[in-house]
Design a protein around this ligand. Structure first.
Ligand code: CA
Length: 361
């Protein structure tokens, strides 16, 4: 610190440029902060894994090399679903995943990933950044020695891959489907069996018949896993994940060991990737969908209206029950729900009204 203050003082005088350059070079050679980032994704997986890589590179670039982040794919350092614990105990300084994977730690965490029939990506970012969501998320993770940051969003996902058509609610009964988070609970109440599996295990599970159906993300990611080879019907919309936030988690002690400027670098790099990944999905999904549809013979299906209506009714019930679990959950629900009401109202007059007009014109 003393040395940094000294450099800063010099910065005010005529030697600013040379001192600054010298300081940067020294720091790069030292690389004082060598961090590990564990992830829930297969290494380099399009969109998800590559956004973790982008985040690591960006932190390196913006810090002038003072922080070096090495990314580990699922199972390289720890199994995918141990990402949270690994960063919490400091085995790694950072992690990249999604908050609904940690519902075993806190059911309330799911609000920060996605809620069935809840906020879209744009609305969720609005709640997190400007509606009090981040303060609540930070408060929750404080107990785990973690600092959370939104670091990617998938946008509205697809409903999933099925080996049979879903013509009514009876077709969901007995269905063993990989579907994480609150959506899984909704399926359970309709007689299905939700399973939570890390992405890397989906194809084999579906192809071997260990599960009957799976959702993953959207055309871009689902094509990359080859899910079309294991199931014929591709359903929409992704009622259960209307805009899922991917999260970066940072070990609190590691974060607090950083000087102020590097803390800003880490958090703002997350913000860049949060925006960047949403744009990447919006750019890649349409082309991937076209490939699935016209080259690979995938059958697209929309969930029937009565199925969606019942899924929505039960979703509201499940989310309200989650809110009753404890005081903190009640506070998160109250904040989310208040924001949701105004967001729905505004979206009806803006995005929705526009999209309808565009569709009909
Ligand atoms: Ca998903």
């Amino acid at each position: 610190m003393r040395r940094r203050e000294f450099v800063k003082q010099l910065g005010a005088g005529s030697l600013a440029l040379t001192s600054g350059v010298g300081a940067a070079r020294t720091a790069r050679a030292d690389s004082p902060y060598a961090w590990k980032m564990v992830t829930t994704w297969p290494k380099n997986f399009p969109g998800l894994g590559t956004s973790a890589n982008k985040l690591a590179n960006l932190i390196g670039e913006l810090s002038g090399g003072r922080i070096r982040v090495k990314v580990y794919g699922a199972n390289e350092l720890v199994p995918p679903f141990e990402t949270f614990d690994a960063v919490s105990r400091g085995t790694a300084q950072m992690g990249h995943g999604a908050a609904y994977y940690w519902k075993g730690k806190s059911e309330t965490a799911q609000f920060f990933a996605t809620v069935p029939f809840g906020l879209t990506a744009q609305e969720l970012n609005a709640w997190l950044y400007y509606g009090g969501g981040m303060q609540l998320w930070r408060e929750l993770y404080e107990g785990f020695q973690l600092i959370p940051a939104p670091a990617g969003n998938t946008g509205v996902q697809m409903g999933g891959w099925f080996n049979k058509e879903i013509n009514g609610l009876q077709d969901l009964k007995g269905l063993k489907m990989r579907i994480p988070g609150l959506g899984g609970e909704v399926l359970k109440r309709l007689g299905g069996t939700p399973v939570n599996l890390p992405g890397g295990e989906l194809f084999t599970a579906l192809q071997s018949g260990a599960i009957d159906a799976t959702e993953w993300a959207g055309p871009y990611n689902d094509l990359a896993f080859g899910l079309y080879k294991a199931a014929k019907y591709y359903y929409y919309p992704g009622w259960h994940e209307p805009g899922t936030t991917l999260e970066a988690i940072i070990n609190k002690a590691a974060f607090e060991a950083l000087p102020q400027d590097l803390r800003a670098v880490v958090l703002n790099a997350c913000k860049v990737v949060n925006l960047d990944l949403l744009a990447e999905y919006a750019a890649r999904n349409p082309a991937a969908l076209e490939t699935l549809r016209s080259k690979l013979g995938v059958q697209l299906r929309r969930f029937p209206d009565d199925v969606l209506q019942e899924l929505r009714r039960i979703s509201v019930e499940v989310v309200a029950e989650l809110a009753e679990q404890n005081d903190f959950s009640r506070r998160v629900y109250a904040s989310y729900n208040a924001f949701y009401k105004t967001a729905v109202d505004w979206s009806a007059l803006s995005e929705l009204a526009y999209l309808r007009a565009r569709d009909q014109a």
